[in-house]
Design a protein around this ligand. Structure first.
Ligand code: PBG
Length: 337
């Protein structure tokens, strides 16, 4: 502060005074991370008793529905409010037009039913996008030049979202970044009587290289046709555009908005929360998980401390909740404390 406040040899204000005791540190703590902030993303696999590791995400497993249900029960015990499901689609079920996305007996739809039957109190979120179901790995349907067709893709996304709602999902989460898809999905949900099915919009979703390990986990990796998703996901250089996207999605009926990735985009989380005042979420994505775990496994960072520090950063930025592959472990750590 200014020099005029400084009389004599001693500082008038000692910031360290409040930091000197545990009680005063607790009294002035501005943010708190609780289990209620955590959403756990999970990968679901065909089969029975099947469990696979993900090379680029040590500690994360793809689980068949029966094992997923067991895991879901543990998450309920821990108090985790919701999970986000991602199906690993067998190559044979992928196609040019992603018909498997709205198969009422598809993997995602069956997983939703099984989890809601076993754990009705656990919130279930499904991804609405076509990348797990297209042969080329893009999130939508392509024209002859490999360009993702907006309105044609929305027709399929709407069917996909409706099939998830029919299966009993609580929240659909369009992650495709087509224009107008939130309004179209909202309308379809209303028409089918799913008035309380919520929409979490991946509104400010950047064309990020931090998604690499996820594409490995769901098996949409390899060579995405066209090489990247820059024609629909956002440019990492922008943040006004993120506000524009979020405002549109809210106007179209989104209940919750999301910024993704997380830690490299905390400035965007703060702006979105401050300016739009809506329920705001952030996704600590696969690449963020992978780089943390790499450092833990090398003994370069303290695992427990850094997990909790990374998650409180989202709260400080204004997020109401965090999707994180550390959600289960963080819930255990919070319980221990
Ligand atoms: C699919 C989708 C992606 C992620 C969530 N939904 C990948 C992508 O857009 O390429 C990434 C999640 C993560 O990296 O953890 N549309």
């Amino acid at each position: 502060m200014s020099k005029s406040l400084h009389r004599g040899p001693y500082p008038h204000t000692r910031m360290r005074r409040m930091r000197s005791d545990d009680f005063s540190r607790r009294l002035m703590r501005e943010n708190i991370l609780t289990v209620n902030d955590l959403i756990y993303p999970m990968f679901v696999l065909e089969g029975q008793g099947e469990k696979e590791t993900v090379a680029s995400m040590p500690g994360v497993e793809r689980l068949s529905i029966d094992l997923l249900v067991q895991e879901a029960k543990e998450l309920v015990q821990l108090g985790i409010p919701a999970i986000a499901l991602f199906p690993v689609t067998p190559q044979s079920a992928k196609s040019e037009f992603a018909e498997e996305a709205y198969n009422p007996n598809g993997l995602a739809q069956r997983a939703v039913k099984a989890i809601k039957d076993a754990c009705p109190e656990l919130g279930v979120i499904t991804d609405v996008a076509l990348d797990p179901f297209t042969v080329h790995g893009q999130d939508g349907i392509l024209d002859a030049n490999g360009y993702v067709l907006n309105d044609r893709t929305i027709e399929t996304l709407v069917k996909q979202a409706a099939s998830h709602a029919d299966a009993g999902v609580d929240i659909v989460a369009p992650s495709d970044m087509m224009d107008g898809r939130i309004g179209a999905v909202r309308q379809a949900l209303e028409e089918n009587g799913h008035v309380n099915t919520k929409i979490m919009a991946y509104s400010a979703k950047y064309a990020s290289a931090y998604y690499g390990p996820f594409r490995d986990a769901v098996g949409s990796a390899g060579n995405i046709k066209g090489g990247d998703k820059f024609s629909y996901q956002m440019d990492p250089a922008n943040s006004d555009e993120a506000l524009h996207e979020c405002a549109l999605d809210l106007a179209e009926g989104a209940d919750m908005i999301m910024v993704k990735p997380g830690m490299p985009y905390l400035d965007v989380v703060r702006r979105v929360k401050d300016e739009l005042l809506a329920p705001t979420y952030a996704y600590q994505v696969s690449g963020e998980y992978a780089m943390h775990v790499a450092a833990f496994e090398n003994g370069w960072l303290n695992r427990e401390q850094v997990i909790l520090e990374s998650l409180i950063s989202f709260k400080r930025a204004g997020a109401d909740g965090i999707l994180s592959y550390f959600a289960k472990e963080a819930a255990q750590l919070l319980q221990k404390k």
